[in-house]
Ligand binder design. Structure first.
Ligand SMILES: [Mn+2]
Length: 353
């Protein structure tokens, strides 16, 4: 089906849908569990459509099992939390968005034979068959863009918060437009004509890599304690000791220039050791350095562990001596014919246990 035919079909279905809305007095809007931004934006978008076209209609939203992490952040930053609260009461029509199967929408099971309509873009949609109206376009990049195009067809103008939310939904489902379809850009054209700043706003909300406080502190501690060593003259080894968020600490050490990063993590009656290796040292030495080192340490320290060439970890059922770990690391590299020299001792040994 061509793009233009798709638009004609959408025009027809949009009117069919709005005519259906007019026959009901209370509408519930729902979606799949753990709602992503596309699901949340679609719910708010189609609710806006219903409220704009049908006067005195009662509406409520139902999010089974709440919102996912990105949705929670987006909704919070747009100040839309209060709109999430489901108004108690019954509804005689259920609008089901961005959900493809009955199991994803518990409310439909509860509702039994209740009337419902579908708006969705998944490859297959088993809910379509029994729906009063099914706006199902498998060629759309997101449900948000379908809802946006319905607004365009109806000449409805959402406010800037809803525009931002809809763009966020589109960006999320199209992986920041990498999976965009022609209809995605048509929807974005409509939305950005209404609010051009909303595009950047939505991008920053969806792609934000905001890290929580405990993780930021762990990373900063891990870096500030690190001891630096050279492995022959070619590679840099960073050793540190942290109690949490080891993966983030090690990732930071590697992206900051370490070729091998090791974190010792003391827990109660337990020690975990994590290793990361840069692509440079892996391809230079042509050995799976992280897993080889962990296997060696696990054997010597009587622990268990494993991993891959770039990332590996082990666990010991006792509190290990940090300088013993350092001795074994030196020995491991000595077996490869590589000498480990101190560049800067750091504070990591003293901070371990
Ligand atoms: Mn979706």
């Amino acid at each position: 089906m061509s793009y233009l035919e798709d638009m004609e079909k959408l025009v027809e279905l949009t009117h069919k849908l709005t005519n259906t809305f007019k026959k009901y007095s209370a509408i519930c809007f729902t979606t799949h569990k753990d709602a992503d931004p596309d699901a949340v934006a679609s719910i708010f978008g189609v609710k806006f459509i219903a409220e704009s076209l049908v006067s005195n209609i009662k509406t409520s939203v139902i999010f089974p099992e709440g919102l996912n992490r990105v949705s929670t952040r987006v909704v919070k930053s747009l100040g839309l939390e209060k709109d999430l609260v489901a108004a108690a009461g019954s509804c005689d029509l259920i609008v089901c968005v961005d959900a493809s199967s009955r199991s994803q929408v518990p409310v439909l099971d509860v509702a039994g034979g209740r009337d419902y309509v579908v708006i969705d873009h998944h490859e297959t949609n088993e809910l379509s068959r029994n729906a009063l109206v099914s706006v199902h376009f498998r060629n759309a990049g997101s449900t948000s863009e379908l809802v946006t195009l319905m607004m365009e067809i109806l000449s409805l103008k959402p406010d800037t918060r809803l525009v931002t939310l809809l763009i966020a939904g589109i960006l999320y489902d199209t992986k920041n437009l990498r999976l965009a379809k022609p209809s995605t850009f048509r929807a974005l054209y409509y939305l950005t004509r209404l609010c051009s700043e909303c595009l950047e706003e939505a991008f920053s909300k969806v792609t934000s890599t905001e890290v929580d406080r405990s993780e930021r502190i762990a990373v900063l501690k891990g870096i500030s304690r690190a001891g630096l060593y050279e492995i022959s003259k070619d590679f840099i080894l960073a050793m540190t000791c942290v109690g949490a968020h080891e993966a983030s600490v090690l990732k930071t050490l590697i992206t900051s220039g370490a070729d091998v990063a090791i974190a010792i993590s003391p827990r109660s009656n337990e020690t975990r050791i994590y290793v990361r290796a840069s692509q440079k040292i892996i391809s230079n030495l042509k050995i799976p350095i992280a897993s080889d080192l962990i296997t060696y340490l696990a054997e010597e320290l009587k622990g268990s562990g494993g991993g891959h060439s770039g990332a590996a970890g082990l666990s010991l059922s006792y509190e290990v001596d940090a300088s013993e770990v350092m001795r074994l690391v030196r020995q491991f590299f000595a077996k490869l014919g590589l000498r480990v020299n101190v560049l800067e001792e750091g504070r990591w040994v003293n901070k371990c246990f």
